[in-house]
Design a protein around this ligand. Structure first.
Ligand code: FMN
Length: 332
């Protein structure tokens, strides 16, 4: 599907891919496009300030690369200055995205020092200005927000309505406070309250819950039990491009897919001859994927250790071929 699709008009419950820096790049997303796409794809977050600076733009445009197979796709941006959101949103609209998402949940200190990410929870007036500016620049593309429940749990009843009152297309809530990072279980018990606030303040805004979901069945159960419109999944997707299909492949297929993933990564970013130009990503980005693909079966530990040493897809192919030869029981 290459034409623009409104991600927020799809049937509910929506099952969507979380934005993850250094993870949800084009190579990663295309594995899902082939094995079982989410209802909505997300990019990793990119800085609006960087996007607008002639020096930073080249590198960040690489993070926004996407193909015709990854639709609907939402680009996530972060920053602190409303005027920059207007300009960045216009740029993103020109790049063929189906929606623009604003990050108001990142707990990273470097991001927070700029007044961006979760720091905006402390400044709802500025958060509102940012949303309005992004909408002006977006030229009709839907604008959504991803946030956390607040800086502290008792902020939910103020912070979530403040966002809903801005008439956004969708609101994703990572069900933890900023301080909790990802260290405690997500507060799914608060999801029905978020659905109730939506009903009261913005019946047309979709609300999505996020945090700790490990399977498609669990995601569907969360949506059914809480009354939210969809679930966003992050870490549960590592090494599992079949997540949204619900299929569990055999070991050999998993390893073949890992090789395809590495091959596409190298083709797009890793060999210095990308036809699309720009600063390329380092092959070491693939290591977190190797760890996840090569896990949960006998001999996985040794395989992982060897994969960590690889720097090219040819080396990955060699390691996998040797491992399969030594483990004939894993072959389909
Ligand atoms: C490696 C990594 C990178 C992330 N990068 C982003 C990001 O760029 N933007 C964002 O809004 N959240 C980011 N997150 C948070 C996730 O989108 C998600 O909210 C969080 O991981 C909780 O969901 P999960 O338990 O399903 O992983 C990141 C998380 C991880 C693990």
């Amino acid at each position: 599907m290459s034409s623009r699709a409104n991600p927020w008009s799809l049937p509910r419950p929506l099952m969507v891919m979380a934005p993850m820096a250094n993870v949800t790049d084009e190579a990663f997303r295309r594995m899902f496009a082939e094995c079982g796409p989410p209802d909505v794809f997300w990019t990793e977050f990119v800085s609006v300030e960087g996007l607008l600076s002639p020096k930073g733009r080249g590198a960040l445009l690489v993070d926004l690369w996407h193909s015709k197979d990854e639709h609907p796709i939402v680009a996530q941006i972060f920053g602190a200055k409303p005027a920059q959101f207007e300009e960045a949103a216009a740029l993103i609209a020109d790049l063929g995205f189906d929606g623009i998402d604003i990050n108001m949940g990142c707990p990273d200190e470097a991001v927070g020092r700029q007044g961006a990410g979760a720091a905006l929870v402390a400044d709802p007036a500025r958060a509102a200005e940012i949303i309005r500016a992004a909408k002006r620049g977006a030229g009709g593309l839907p604008v959504s927000v991803k946030t956390r429940i607040g800086l502290a749990k008792d902020q939910l009843d103020e912070w979530i309505p403040a966002l809903l009152e801005e008439d956004i297309a969708a609101l994703t809530v990572h069900l933890r406070t900023r301080k909790e990072m990802s260290d405690v279980p997500a507060h799914w018990e608060l999801a029905p309250r978020i659905a109730a606030l939506r009903a009261r303040y913005a019946p047309h805004t979709l609300v999505l819950g996020n945090g700790d979901v490990a399977s498609l069945a669990e995601a569907r159960r969360r949506a059914a039990e809480t009354g939210i419109d969809g679930v966003m999944i992050g870490r549960g997707l590592f090494g599992n491009p079949w997540f949204f299909s619900g299929r569990v492949p055999e070991i050999e297929e998993r390893l073949e897919r890992m090789v395809s993933h590495a091959a596409l990564f190298e083709k797009l970013y890793g060999n210095g001859t990308s036809p699309r130009g720009g600063r390329l990503k380092n092959f070491s980005v693939m290591r977190k994927h190797f760890k996840a693909y090569a896990a949960g079966f006998d001999g996985a530990k040794e395989l992982r250790a060897e994969l960590m040493e690889t720097e090219t897809v040819d080396a990955v192919r060699g390691v996998v071929a040797r491992w399969i030869k030594a483990h004939p029981e894993a072959a389909a």
